[in-house]
Write a protein that binds this ligand. Structure first.
Ligand code: PMP
Length: 455
C-alpha cells in the first residue's frame, strides 16, 4: 500500500519553475499551510475552461480527462445562465414555499427506482454521507459501518472515521469494519460474489459479537478510491442481503459514479441490480456549483425527519436548485449517459490497442467513462508500478493531458473525462497515452525509478 498521502503532487526542488510560480507557491504555503497540496510534479495553473479544455495563462490548452465535477464540460453556458438568472432574482432557503425546489426534487427522485422517493439536499458529498450515516444509525438502532478496504467517503469527523483511504494517521471509528474486495484480492470473477458476501458476513458477526451491530454497508458503487473495481456486475448483491438480514441499510455513495458516468445507467448501483436504502450525491450534480443530496426510501428518512431536528442554512437554496435543475435537463436532453457509454467503449478499445502494441498497461477496468488503467510490467514490484504510474501521469501532464492515479498502491491511472467528450478527444487521449508510455519507457531503460528532478 502507498504510504505517501498524495503521490501525484508537487515537491519543492523536483521541477524547475518560473520565479513567478515559485513566489506564488511560497505565499500559498505561508497562508494555506500543509493541508493544501498541488497536483503534478510541475503544478498547473488555469485561467479559463471551456468544454473538454482548460487553458493556462499562456493560452496553452490542456485536455481534461480527469475532472468529473464539470461532467457537462467546463463553464457550460446554459448551466451558467441558469445560475446567473437565479442569482439575479433571489437566493432563498428551504423554509419558504418555492415551486422550483419541489419540481427539481420530483424530477430527481423520478430518475431512481420507485422505492426511492425522498430527498434531502446538502452542499457536498461529505455532508451527504454524514447525513446518511445519521439516518442509518437512527433507523437501525445500530452503530456499525462496513466499508471497502481503501474507501474514501469525505471530510467530516464522522465520514473521515469510516474512510481508510485517509492513511494510518487518521483515526478510524471503533465501529467501522473494512472488507477486502474480490478484484484487488485476486479472486476470479466467478467467485467474486461469494467472496464479497463472505467478507460482509464476517464483518457483521464481529460487529454483533461486540454489541455494536450493523447500521450500514456504505459503498462507492464503482469503488473508485480502491482502484475502480466494476466487475462482475451484481457482485455486491449477496453482501447487501446479508446486511439487510442483520438490520442494516445499504448506503450507495454515488458521488463518483452517479449522474450517468457509468454510461449504461444513471446510477452506479443499478449496474449491480440492487436498490439501496439511501443514496448519496455530490460532485457533478451542479456541474461545479456545490450541491449534493441524500435520496432514499421513505421509511428511514421519515423516521429520522420526524424525530430529529434538522435544518440546513445553504442546502437546497434557490441558486443551487436552479443550477442542478439545468444540469439534469441537459443531462437528459443531450443523452449524456448514452454518450458516456459510446465514448467509454471507444476509449476501452483504444487503450486495449495500446496495451497490445506497447508494454506498461496490465489491466483496463471501466464502466462508461470511469477508468482504472493498471500500470506495470511483468515482474515489477508494487513500488515500481507506483513509480511508473506517476511517471506516466506526469508525462501526460507535460504533454497537455490531465489524469491522476488511484488504488491502494496508487498504481492505476484514474481517468474520468467530462461526459461530453467526443471521438476526437478520445482518440487524442489514446495517442497521448501511447506517447507517454514511449517517453517514460525510454527514460526508465534501467528500471522504473521515480526521478527526483525533472529533466
Ligand atoms: N464520496 C466519494 C466516493 C468521493 O469520491 C468524495 C470526494 N472525492 C466524497 C464522498 C466527498 O465529497 P466532497 O469532497 O464533495 O465532500
Amino acid at each position: 500500500m502507498s504510504t505517501d498521502l498524495m503521490p501525484n503532487r508537487y515537491r519543492p526542488g523536483e521541477a524547475t519553475l518560473s520565479p513567478r510560480e515559485e513566489a506564488l507557491i511560497a505565499r500559498r504555503d505561508n497562508v494555506l499551510g500543509a493541508s493544501y497540496r498541488l497536483q503534478y510534479r510541475r503544478p498547473v495553473h488555469f485561467i479559463r475552461g471551456e468544454g473538454m479544455w482548460l487553458y493556462d495563462p499562456d493560452g496553452r490548452p490542456y485536455l481534461d480527462f480527469y475532472n468529473n465535477v464539470p461532467s457537462l464540460g467546463h463553464c457550460h453556458p446554459e448551466v451558467n445562465a441558469a445560475m446567473a438568472d437565479q442569482a439575479g432574482r433571489i437566493s432563498a432557503n428551504t423554509r419558504y414555499l418555492e415551486p422550483r425546489l419541489v419540481d427539481y426534487a420530483e424530477r430527481l427522485v423520478a430518475t431512481f427506482p420507485s422505492e426511492i422517493n425522498r430527498v434531502v439536499f446538502t452542499c457536498t458529498g461529505s455532508e451527504s454521507n454524514d447525513l446518511a450515516l445519521r439516518i442509518a444509525r437512527f433507523a437501525s438502532g445500530n452503530e456499525g459501518v462496513i466499508v471497502s478496504g481503501h474507501a474514501y467517503h469525505g471530510t467530516s469527523a464522522a465520514v473521515a472515521a469510516v474512510s481508510p483511504n485517509l492513511g494510518d494517521a487518521v483515526m478510524l471509528s471503533p465501529n467501522v469494519r473494512m472488507i477486502a474486495l474480490p478484484g484487488p484480492a485476486g479472486v476470479p470473477q466467478a467467485e467474486a460474489a461469494a467472496f464479497f458476501e463472505a467478507q460482509v458476513r464476517a464483518a457483521i458477526v464481529d460487529l454483533k459479537r461486540r454489541g455494536i451491530g450493523v447500521a450500514a454497508l456504505l459503498i462507492d458503487t464503482i469503488f473508485s478510491s480502491d482502484g475502480v473495481w466494476v466487475d462482475p456486475p451484481g457482485f455486491i448483491a449477496g453482501g447487501v442481503d446479508a446486511v439487510r438480514e442483520a438490520g442494516g441499510l445499504l448506503i450507495a455513495d454515488e458521488v463518483q459514479p452517479g449522474f450517468g458516468r457509468t454510461g449504461s445507467h444513471m446510477w452506479g448501483f443499478e449496474r449491480h441490480g440492487v436498490v439501496p436504502d439511501l443514496v448519496t450525491l455530490g460532485k457533478p450534480m451542479g456541474n461545479g456549483f456545490p450541491i449534493g443530496a441524500v435520496v432514499g426510501r421513505h421509511a428511514p428518512m421519515d423516521r429520522f425527519g420526524n424525530t430529529a431536528r434538522y435544518s440546513n442554512t445553504f442546502a437546497g437554496n434557490t441558486i443551487g436548485i436552479a443550477t442542478a435543475d439545468a444540469v439534469l435537463t441537459i443531462l437528459q436532453r443531450d443523452k449524456i449517459a448514452q454518450n458516456a457509454l459510446a465514448m467509454g467503449l471507444r476509449l476501452r478499445a483504444g487503450l486495449e490497442d495500446v496495451a497490445r502494441q506497447q508494454s506498461g498497461i496490465q489491466a483496463i477496468r471501466n464502466a462508461g467513462l470511469f477508468f482504472g488503467v493498471q500500470m506495470g510490467r511483468d515482474g515489477m514490484d508494487p513500488a515500481g508500478r507506483r513509480a511508473m504510474a506517476l511517471d506516466v501521469v506526469n508525462a501526460l501532464r507535460d504533454d497537455g493531458v490531465l489524469v491522476s492515479t488511484t488504488g491502494a498502491n496508487e498504481d492505476a491511472l484514474k481517468v474520468r473525462p467530462p461526459l461530453i467528450c467526443q471521438a476526437e478527444h478520445v482518440d487524442a487521449f489514446v495517442t497521448a497515452v501511447k506517447r507517454a508510455l514511449t517517453t517514460v519507457g525510454a527514460r526508465a531503460a534501467g528500471g522504473w525509478v521515480t526521478r527526483t528532478r525533472q529533466p
